[in-house]
Design a binder for this molecule. Structure first.
Ligand code: SF4
Length: 187
């Protein structure tokens, strides 16, 4: 028999109370995730940055604005998707997530994914992609191709923050979001 799904609000409360790794000490608040709890597309980023930590919402600031533009290329509004991160607390100075932090935090992401049960998971950048696809291959090789992880279709794309100052990555991101839009229409 499959495990029962945990309601999102219950998961949110568990995350808010979590002290399972040292990142709890430096946070203003946890950043659980945001969007349609029945979304067809779930977007998974890396970790909260400074603005996300202050506001408690993923992808605000310049990268968030750019993500909204990218979603519109795919024909999606932010309110139609669910956005979460691998880590729910901000790493100091926006450094990379560490392996122990990912291990401590990802049970929450797994449960979020089970509860939302999206058709597509879009992983943004290396950390989300490596976790979801259980691979060591990097985003440069994996982006823009559809993969399968269990019952989920997984579509890796560069992280929008990495593309803010890199024109070539911007082109790849925009092409990949256009491809996502076509897949959503065709399905
Ligand atoms: S990053 Fe995740 S595991 Fe670490 S304290 Fe925050 S919620 Fe808990």
């Amino acid at each position: 028999m499959s495990k029962p799904q945990i309601p999102l609000e219950e998961l949110r409360a568990q995350v808010a109370a979590c002290h399972a790794c040292p990142l709890a000490d430096g946070r203003t608040q946890t950043v659980f995730g945001d969007g349609d709890p029945h979304a067809r597309v779930m977007i998974i980023g890396e970790a909260p940055g400074k603005n996300e930590d202050l506001q408690g919402v993923p992808f605000v600031g310049a990268a968030g604005k750019y993500l909204d533009e990218l979603l519109s290329i795919a024909g999606l509004a932010r309110s139609e998707v669910f956005i979460a991160n691998v880590l729910k607390c901000r790493p100091p100075g926006n450094r990379d997530p560490q392996a122990e932090e990912i291990q401590a935090c990802t049970p929450f992401l797994r449960e979020q994914t089970r509860t939302i049960s999206p058709e597509y998971i879009v992983t943004l950048g290396n950390f989300a992609t490596k976790f979801v696809l259980k691979t060591d291959r990097g985003i440069t090789r994996l982006h823009g191709q559809l993969h399968q992880a269990g019952r989920f279709k997984v579509f890796p794309i560069f992280h929008p923050a990495a593309a803010l100052y890199d024109v070539r990555k911007r082109e790849a991101l925009e092409e990949d979001f256009a491809k996502l839009g076509r897949m959503l229409q065709d399905a």
